[in-house]
Design a protein. Sequence first.
Lengths: 297, 116
Amino acid sequence: MDTADVVLIALVVLAAFVMFSISFREDYQARLARKLAERSGLAPTAEQLPLLQEKIGRRQRGAVVGALVAGVAAWLLTFDEATSDRLLILAGALAAGGGAGIALTALRNASRRPSDLPVFARSTSVTLADYSAPSDRFLAWGLVALAIIGCGVASFLTTAPLSPLLVGLTVAAVAALVFFEISARRIVALGQPAGSVTELVFNDALRAGYVFDLLVAPITLGTYATLIALSTIVASLGEPVVDAFRPWAPLALLALIVACSFLSVRADSRRHYLRRLWPDIAARGDGRLAVISEETK
Amino acid sequence: MLSVDPRSATPPFEQLRLQLLQQVRSGQLVAGTKLPTVRRLAQDLALAPNTVARTYRELEAASVIETRGRNGTFVRASAGAAEHDAQVAAKAFADRIHQLGIPRETALALVAAALA
């Protein structure tokens, strides 16, 4: 282990420590709760706020612990790889570990309510499609499919065996997508005992957040694997193609990022659950935080 | 929305049965709507699964809902076909009105004008 390894691991551990510690601070939790409330268009009541903040803090700690364990393990297990490859693996491991941590936190901390208080529940069945926007899932499935196709084309065009990094990232992207599909469904299937309609809306908001966070890993890993497969394909076509491709590559990457950001904003996928499960709240859309009555639904 | 008050004199099973029945009769739950599983609804309402199962059995016996094997439990299309179609159309209209952010009174006035 050289100095750069020690410095990088120290930085990752320090960042994780800060993120972990700050998640216990009430003012920080309150800020995150406010953001969630603004996104949902709902104002939490004074009784709901502590529980909401606690859940938000727990979610951040789960993500930090998962990312730290996966990140350090990935860094320590890839000593033989080039530094640029290791950084790519580290970024992928942080995304995958964070997602796994969030999933475990959500599954281990199902809500419980005292049995002597009135409880509210929706009378219709919900599915993953109610919490995850089609555009987000399409992006994840599309990128993972592109990575697999890229791998196939690259192996067809090159005589040498595919790089272990490309194969590893593609396998990891597929695994992350499978993990998302299984764990997100399990999260959606968990019970939601709620003492008020507002609590149920916030529970839905948190749930949609968990599902969204779980998609980050397959999208990140799928993007990396697709880009590496693309560069392998271009390299296999010979020096003139590489020279012609090189000046356009950064621009193409930038255009891809801008297009994805534009589509994401346009689809407004973070409010998808509101449109599906709480259309009357979503329809307001005037930026005001509203306190809803129990008769709303 | 369903609500169960454990402090109420009415047993939880009856509270649940009456609310589901009222929602089906009012058209809030249209024919073909999938209901939560027994286990899920029991978790949500902090009830014993047997309580929810009994509610579903009673409503099924009254032809209000039906269980389609492993596909789940659905609101039964017990009303006539025309009434069912009207319920579906009304639900679609209500969803669109919510999306457009049109007030309830305006929407009802539009329907009254269209029917006139």
